[in-house]
Design a protein around this ligand. Structure first.
Ligand SMILES: Nc1ncnc2c1ncn2[C@@H]1O[C@H](COP(=O)(O)OP(=O)(O)OP(=O)(O)O)[C@@H](O)[C@H]1O
Length: 613
């Protein structure tokens, strides 16, 4: 038997690009080649201008001049045509490489994002119940959608754009220095300032993005909570209150977003001024040097064209760095989830179905340290037996079931399933042995049949029929126009509370569990139907161990044994007959419910008499 705590290592942007770096390399190389071809174009222009200004074919690009001379008298014109064709061809080839860059970068980013999404989803399904005790669903959805999308945008475009800016500086600088050292130094004068400014801006924006993202998550949480609980909101006429609450979150998000856009505005303003200043400097110095004949007009043209080419992506660095900041924050938020420890895994997985024997010995448990909900609980259930748990709300009955399902791990005492210590058993195995029906069962937004088959995907028609009959939902299904194919709506909203409970019971019965748990699962069912279900369960007695938690006496009185809980302790234990005769909480319960039943009978009789007369 081995136990392992699974928690993926924190991931950086570098880590997550792991399997796709070859594609990124390809994209950056394609970009480099595209730059190379595109940068050829201004050089062709420079030589053409210089040749035309000096009316000297010897100043042109040698190959083009040689080709032009073949056309005798029209050599000059031919050179210009050839220059135009060369410029077009270089740009077109550059564009093909640009396309390859886009394609490979998109392929890499989509693959990474798909992997991150799958990782997140898989991880979320394995996180312990304790995580969900404090998690905010809206915030989790935001992290899985918005934050992953932020990451995608960055990976699809910006990673390559950073490579592009670096490549530009590396490839263009030597050409500039080759053309003219002085003008090259002037051309690059303000660029460090632009880079430093972009970096400072990035650091500032990163902090603001975190606040904005959190504000968006809070807004999503209110939206999600309201949509899920829309019926409660309406029933309590809280629309105005909730609308105001949402508006406040929306305003907060708008303000943070606005602040971010304001900062971006400042950035674009300053970076544009720096870029224009840089162009002005080159034009001013270049014009002077053209005037004294130390450089040609063509060289100045080439410098200005190259500068435009470099300055645009460098200015874009602000946006790229902003996206990088957002991506870093988004990844941190994704990592917050991935860093949560998954449920411990225990590999001991008996091959057979459990017989259903449960032994609980001296178990104490609390959801938080030092605050026990259960105190020294001990009981046993033999295979096929029916055990009932009764007691006031909050006494700890459902907590016992959560421990049996290994949703939470007990630290004190021992729980054994078929004699095997529960915490040494594979959680998946343990949960497969149980069929649990809750007071508010979760139904999927699909057909009745689809929901039933969740219990046993390969169930036959006969098995389905038997399960719905035992759960007393058969007549209801027949009464629906679409029968088993009726859609139940999200979480089963189109069904009544009692129908939802009975459908969940049929689903659990279909699963044929070794242990069936009904946790207040018949509370919304009328007494006649309840009796029908209990009779059917009685006939299946040998098939499974049954644990019934209920407040109604009629649900528990036929159990083999009844445990009475109070404030996390078992205060009484025995059969209905024994307990009903002992002084104590169970007898009080019988008296109160007996009294209520008598009153109900009396009211019914009076009502019938009044109706008849
Ligand atoms: N996830 C949780 N985190 C912290 N405390 C919890 C959690 N679940 C339940 N509790 C607390 O544990 C106590 C026992 O709850 P439990 O659900 O076991 O009661 P119960 O006897 O089943 O009540 P009911 O009859 O109302 O279903 C309660 O005080 C409850 O507030």
């Amino acid at each position: 038997m081995t136990t392992s705590e699974v928690s993926p290592a924190p991931r950086t942007l570098w880590h997550i690009t792991g399997g796709q770096r070859l594609y990124y390399l390809g994209a950056i190389l394609a970009l480099g080649l595209s730059n190379l071809f595109m940068f050829g174009a201004p050089l062709v222009g420079k030589y053409a201008i210089d040749m035309v200004v000096a009316s000297d074919l010897g100043l042109g690009i040698p190959v083009l001049s040689w080709l032009a001379k073949l056309n005798g008298n029209h050599a000059m014109m031919t050179y210009l045509w050839l220059s135009a064709a060369a410029t077009l061809s270089l740009t077109a080839i550059g564009a093909v490489f640009q396309y390859m860059r886009g394609r490979w970068a998109a392929r890499a980013s989509e693959a990474i994002v798909r992997w991150v999404r799958n990782q997140l989803f898989r991880h979320l399904t394995y996180l312990p119940a304790r995580f969900y005790d404090h998690a905010d669903t809206g915030d989790l959805v935001q992290r899985c959608n918005s934050d992953v999308e932020t990451l995608r945008v960055f990976l699809a475009k910006d990673v390559v754009d950073i490579g592009r800016a670096l490549l530009l500086i590396i490839t263009v600088s030597p050409v500039l220095f080759w053309l003219d050292t002085r003008l090259a130094m002037v051309s690059l004068l303000l660029i460090p300032l632009l880079i430093v400014f972009a970096y400072m801006f990035f650091m500032r924006l990163k902090a603001i993005f975190l606040i904005t993202d959190e504000a968006e998550a809070e807004m999503t949480a209110v939206l999600q909570e309201n949509l899920t609980g829309i019926r409660v909101v309406r029933a309590f006429a809280r629309q105005a209150y909730e609308t105001e609450k949402f508006a406040a979150k929306n305003d907060a998000f708008r303000d943070h977003h606005h602040h971010m856009i304001q900062l971006m505005g400042i950035y674009w303003g300053v970076s544009d001024t720096l870029a224009i200043l840089q162009m002005g400097l080159v034009l001013f110095a270049g014009a002077g040097w053209v005037g004294d004949g130390s450089i040609t007009v063509g060289t100045l043209f080439a410098f200005l064209t190259y500068l435009t080419m470099i300055l645009w992506p460098l200015r874009e660095m602000g946006r790229v760095l902003t996206d990088a900041g957002k991506a870093v924050v988004a990844l941190e938020r994704i990592n917050d989830i991935l860093n949560e420890r998954e449920e411990s895994r225990t590999r001991h997985h008996p091959v057979r179905r459990a017989e259903g024997r449960i032994d609980v010995e001296h178990v104490s448990f609390g959801y938080t340290p030092h605050y026990h909900i259960l105190h020294d609980i001990s009981f046993s259930v033999a295979p096929g037996e029916t055990l009932a748990l009764v007691g006031p709300p909050g006494a700890g009955k459902s907590t016992v079931v959560r421990l049996l399902l290994r949703l939470y791990d007990y630290e004190q005492g021992s729980i054994r399933l078929d004699g095997l210590e529960l915490r040494t058993l594979d959680r998946q195995y343990v949960r497969q042995q149980f069929g649990v029906v809750l007071q508010e069962p979760f139904l999927y937004s699909k057909t009745i049949r689809g929901n039933l088959l969740v219990g046993q995907p390969g169930a036959t028609h006969t098995e389905l029929g038997e399960a719905v009959q035992h759960a007393a939902i058969d007549a209801d299904i027949l009464s629906f126009p679409a029968g088993e194919e009726t859609l139940v709506g999200e979480r089963g909203v189109t069904l009544s509370g009692g129908q939802r409970q009975r459908l969940a019971l049929a689903r659990a019965l279909l699963h044929q569990p070794a242990i069936l748990v009904l946790d207040d699962a018949l509370s919304a069912v009328d007494t006649g139907t309840e009796q029908r279900i209990l009779d059917a369960l009685d006939k299946r007695r040998g098939n499974q161990t049954t644990i019934v938690i209920a407040h109604r006496l009629s649900s528990v009185m036929h159990a083999d044994r009844i445990l009475v809980f109070d404030a996390g302790r078992i205060v009484q234990s025995g059969s209905h007959e024994t307990l009903a005769e002992q002084m104590g909480p169970y007898r009080n319960l019988c008296q109160i419910q007996g009294h209520l039943d008598t009153e109900i009978d009396r009211d019914m009789q009076r009502f019938n008499l009044e109706t008849i007369s």
